[in-house]
Write a protein that binds this ligand. Sequence first.
Ligand code: AMP
Length: 285
Amino acid sequence: MKVISTVTGIQKQLETTHRKPVGLVPTMGALHEGHLSLVRSATLECAQAVISIYVNPTQFNDKNDLKRYPRTPDSDLKLLNTVLREDDLVFTPTDSEIYPTPDKRVFHFGNLDNVMEAKRRPGHFNGVAQVVSRFFEIVKPDIAYFGQKDFQQVAVIRELVRQLNFHIKISSNPIVREPDGLAMSSRNRLLEPQIRKDAPVIFKTISRAAEMIRKNDIPEIKKYVTGNINERAGFEVEYFEIADDRELRIVESRKEMEKGKKYFGCIAVKAGKIRLIDNIEFPLL
Ligand code: AMP
């Protein structure tokens, strides 16, 4: 693999090797198996893989979160080296490469802008759209790989591609979990030991909730989810919503769930000082 930090460098290298299709995996580093599963898909499906590692300041609505976001450049490169081929590229730009001038663009994503993460993290998806569109312009990938872990992000990226007319296939990949069920996340390493021990309660609870839909309606399920998680010391549910994966229309009762759509139960939990998200598919009856 080759590690390159400049836009001109990455573009020159892509022109020289000229392998197609090009697969892009955007990441913020502190890599784990979840990221690596995307990288593996990219190398399986694409002759040229490009992995970006960039902690994008414009998507952090909480500046403390940005400051404490884990950065592990040496181990990231070591991990990538076990998966990537000789001509695959790791793009590690600085802020001035990505934003030579401040990015003032404002995106509008309709309902996607008004629910769940968008409501709690104002400006977050605008920042995601800024950085991802920059990477799309620089790398010009044929396929871009994202994790289903960031459920709302996938919907936003699909809408971004539609609005800006990018000819890029968006690949959405399954959530990779720790053996105890906790969804892998770069932020997991910031959890205090007792909170980390108890954190599997999140996936256990939403898994049970997905089973409950056969017999119980949504208000009851929501009550169960909030109650079961909040009873753990240090845990507080920010939201638990059931929504379809395209328009993210939140449903409040089973009869609102339409055939032909896919629904997911999406949760955000404050676990100690760290905010965790997860989701699971809810079966249609
Ligand atoms: P991040 O570095 O957090 O921006 O994540 C980079 C990409 O990896 C995003 O598309 C995430 O959705 C994806 N990702 C993060 N954690 C996981 C996971 N546990 N399973 C699958 N994909 C993940």
